[in-house]
Design a protein around this ligand. Structure first.
Ligand code: PEP
Ligand code: MG
Length: 494
């Protein structure tokens, strides 16, 4: 924390040298605030209480911003924006600093919670895992951890976690053994060996087409959260990319990506897939994916707030850049664009109009671009219940992670209600079945790109609802295809 504050102060001092006197005065004021113990101490106190630096700083500064905004005096109200600026600058430095933080091989990180961006910045290539007091198996971090094969245990609550020492972490069964004895160590090794031979069997399905026991072909695509993942993957193993979470571009320490950066990233993904479909989702920030300086502060319930397409339509200057980059990348492959969190048909109409405006502008500028079908995620119950209202969408993809939390009224990031957040709830299956029927009536295809699609125990139920296309984490390709092969659709009890 102190390192990030020093770095932020140095950034500001460097900035001051290039400014005129009046603007330099503003920066000077910001530096003075950063040097004021009263600003920094609440965050340091939270860190001493065990809160992660990023969360501690965010909460402390959010509280101060709220105080300044509530002040009667206009001068103090105006200072709130300086504080927000400081908050975001230090956050960027914290995130940047964490990139270079090397972890020992196989280190298990223990703490309260970790943000998706912090998870993505951590180098997991040398093993290791996560043990969290909070969190939930359906959170975005859990999803990222599963996609990368990083073992993770959540909801440890008040359990005694050592600062350092030996632990055994079993992500499959959600077990953390602190200071193990020989018996525990041997039992763990046996479980590890059994899991590894099971994985080998599942992996033998990876390169084969997915077919059920009774011969029904199922499309299995992959979800991508970071284009670097593609370097180790063979496009022949999947039927395309069913979800690119474009958030990966917006979480970096360098601030919001410009049109060129986005165009290059999207083109790289499209070229990897060749003529197979690639569904790139427009920015889905908000909820448990905050982006400093972009998402709304202090929402009482961020999952019901300004997230996904709602945020994009509120921040047109950001959305327009993304739509231009997508339109420019379309000629590089088989692009489909997908909108997250669609709730009303009008949102779809607006997004479509903005996309068409981007195309017109690019053509007028003589820039190469192409049209791509515009589809939508079905993750809000309003859309799942009444798909016929959304005929303007070219296709539907079920976001079972969010749909489950909205159907069960159990947050995907709240450990205490993790058992209620059940994507296999009969109500979910009933809803998916009726969505598929409703979509068929307007001749729209339905796929599913939530984590349920990669869960062997859930796959038979989903296929029986009528789904014939799934998009799963790359690591789940083998096990999803193995579960499909074991499903017999002709025999309901198999
Ligand atoms: C979903 O909600 O199921 C989904 C795929 O989107 P995300 O997990 O990124 O919210
Ligand atoms: Mg979602």
């Amino acid at each position: 924390m102190r390192g990030a504050i020093t770095a932020a102060t140095q950034d500001l001092a460097g900035l001051m040298d290039q400014l005129d006197e009046e603007t330099a005065g503003i920066i000077e004021f910001q530096i003075a605030m950063l040097e004021d113990d009263a600003l920094v101490e609440p965050a340091l106190f939270s860190i001493r209480e065990g809160i992660a630096a990023e969360a501690a700083w965010q909460a402390a500064l959010d509280a101060q911003v709220a105080d300044y905004e509530a002040a009667e005096d206009e001068y103090f109200q105006a200072r709130a924006s300086d504080l927000k600026d400081l908050r975001d600058r230090v956050l960027r430095n914290l995130r940047g600093a964490s990139c270079v933080q090397a972890l020992p091989d196989g280190a298990v990180l223990a703490g309260h919670e970790i943000t998706p961006s912090r998870f993505l910045e951590t180098d997991w290539s040398r093993g290791g895992g996560l043990a969290l007091r909070q969190g939930s198996p359906s959170s975005h971090v859990a999803m990222l951890a599963r996609a990368r094969g990083v073992p993770m245990v959540v909801g440890l609550g008040d359990a005694d976690l050592p600062e350092t020492g030996e632990v055994l972490l079993d992500g499959d069964d959600g077990i953390l053994i602190v200071d193990p004895d020989d018996q525990e160590r041997n039992a763990f090794t046996r479980r590890q060996q059994a899991a590894s031979s099971n994985r080998q069997l599942e992996e033998s399905y990876r390169g084969k087409p997915a077919v059920t026991g009774d011969g029904t072909a199922i499309a299995v695509m992959i979800n991508v959260a970071d284009p670097d993942e593609l370097d180790d993957l063979d496009p022949a193993d999947c039927d395309g990319i069913g979800l690119v979470r474009s958030e990966f571009l917006f979480h970096g320490p360098g601030g919001l990506p410009d049109e060129e950066q986005q165009y290059l990233a999207y083109s790289r993904i499209l070229r990897w897939a060749g003529d197979k479909p690639v569904v790139i989702r427009t920015l889905d920030a908000g909820g448990d994916k905050p982006i400093a300086g972009l998402t709304a502060d202090n929402e009482s319930n961020p999952f019901l707030g300004l997230r996904g397409l709602r945020l994009s339509l509120a921040r047109l200057e950001v959305f327009r850049v993304q739509l231009r980059a997508l339109a420019r990348s379309a000629p590089e492959g088989n692009l489909k664009i997908m909108l997250p969190m669609v709730t009303r048909p009008e949102e779809l109409t607006k997004a479509k109009r903005l996309y068409e405006e981007a195309l017109v502008a690019l053509r007028a500028e003589g820039v190469a671009c192409g049209e791509a079908p515009l589809g939508m995620m079905v993750e809000v119950p309003a859309a799942a219940i009444a798909p016929e209202l959304f005929a303007e969408a070219a296709f539907f993809s079920i976001g079972s992670n969010d749909l489950t939390q909205y159907v069960t009224a159990a947050g995907r990031d709240i450990a205490a209600v993790a058992d209620l957040n059940d994507s296999a709830h009969p109500a979910m299956l009933k809803l998916i079945r009726s969505l598929i029927e409703g979509a068929a009536a307007i001749e729209r295809d339905v796929s599913l790109c939530g984590d349920a699609g990669g869960e062997p125990s859930e796959i038979p139920g989903l296929l029986r609802c009528g789904l014939r296309s799934l998009s799963v984490a790359p690591l789940a390709l083998g096990r999803a295809k193995a579960a499909i092969a074991e499903t017999d659709l002709a025999n309901a009890h198999a």
